[in-house]
Design a binder for this molecule. Sequence first.
Ligand code: ATP
Length: 336
Amino acid sequence: MTERSFGAISEPLKLLIVNLEIIMRTYRLIAPAKINLYLEIIGDRPDGYHELVMILQSIELGDQIEIRSNGTQTINLHCNHPLVPRNQTNISYRAAQLMVDQFPERFANYGGVDITIDKQIPVAAGLAGGSTDGAAVLLGLNLLWELGLTIPQLQSLGEKLGSDVPFCVRGGTAIATGRGEKLDPIQDLDSLWVVLAKYNNLSVSTPWAYKTYKQQFGHTYINDLTGIQSRSSQLHSGSFVQAISDKDGKKIGQLLQNDLEKVVLPEYPQVAQLKEILQQAGGLGTMMSGSGPTIFTLCQSQSEAETIKKTARQAIQDPNLEFWVTQLSSNGIQVI
Ligand code: ATP
């Protein structure tokens, strides 16, 4: 904190002002979305989730989160998006509640917070919009309450909120295994650009996508631990990770994979058609992100991405179809 002049006020009052300034702070954070460059479902887990092998990638498109001390003992949530719940089911609220439960003395000393989400990431789109907001609240409260938690400590708290939260804390490019919470950061891939496309009147339920996949492809699941570990090490030492270290955009585009497309695209022909049109429009490769329904095309440059967006927009003149052009990013949550 910078030195400041208090004029002719008493020492106890000065101390009170300084303490109030520490307690009544505001942090603004950027919470980036992610895309899945690779998503392979390899089996069942005893906890009801799926055993996955993924490559996760942060993108520049992000929500803005403000966390402001409110001097009360309550958590209040504000959000500008009609589809985002403004109650205790919001993952940001759950993140704040988790911090309250873990650090009750800090909550008692520093008080509650007003969390304001400026939603830029499309909702229920397979882009981890909720998870990244949750990660931002963990980081914001760590700063506001002067907890000094490390990134790995914040990630293990994040695991309690959702499988994508640990990745969102640190961001960048990473191999994710288990239910997505075990992370191995790999070479950053921030030079490429991406066009995202999503119908704003369409959302896919993640539990539905995994349940349907299991019904249709459960017979292919690997059940033994050695088999699961070997799938994971195949990806670690395989050509996709090599292409990322080589920053070989062309190869990366060819190797994109998402098993969930096998159930989502047949159920949503509009999304399948969108994928086809984006694929024909060019770029390095086109794929659905997470459980969809967002489709993305990787591109070498911003101008290539803008051209693809324009071509796809001309081919599908549906006012519900939205596009975003953004860059891959090496960042997780950032304080601004
Ligand atoms: P993932 O890729 O992690 O599966 P997603 O991108 O498909 O997530 P989200 O945008 O996180 O989906 O939204 C999923 C649901 O979570 C929404 O329908 C919404 O009701 C709920 N939700 C709770 N908190 C949030 C939040 N902060 N932002 C967006 N959605 C939220």
